[in-house]
Design a protein around this ligand. Structure first.
Ligand SMILES: [Zn+2]
Length: 124
């Protein structure tokens, strides 16, 4: 995989081969010495969006299971699934999926409370 890199001296966009990453080379455009980053993480541009995209991609299953647990809590064993949904929501929040994390925390608490009310109401 080739990393995109911008020369700090002439701002030219470069595509250095993987074997040169982490090394100091001369810019093909302005001939200044530049140190290529080892990974895209060290770049300023695209860094934030790449990090968020990676997080969201890697936790797709976790996001789905967070909503799943929260909704199951409404029908089945609210304390257990409610807490599971809450825990997964917090994990998603810390992994960078702020919107999903907050939504799952709110949803899991709401569903657990309603699930317990429904449970009490139907058992009486
Ligand atoms: Zn340059």
């Amino acid at each position: 995989m080739t990393q995109k890199f911008t020369c700090p001296h002439c701002s030219r966009s470069l595509n250095p081969p993987d074997r040169l990453l982490g090394h100091t080379v001369n810019c093909p455009s302005c001939k200044e010495k530049i140190t290529l980053p080892r990974t895209a993480i060290q770049q300023h541009s695209n860094m934030t969006s790449n990090a968020i995209n990676t997080h969201q991609k890697s936790s797709d299953g976790l996001i789905a299971s967070g909503y799943f647990c929260s909704l199951i809590a409404l029908l089945l064993f609210p304390p257990g699934f409610g807490i599971a949904g809450l825990a997964i929501g917090i994990i998603n929040l810390t992994k960078g999926s702020i919107g999903h994390g907050i939504a799952q925390i709110v949803l899991s608490i709401t569903c657990a409370v309603f699930g317990m009310i429904i449970g009490v109401a139907t058992s009486v």
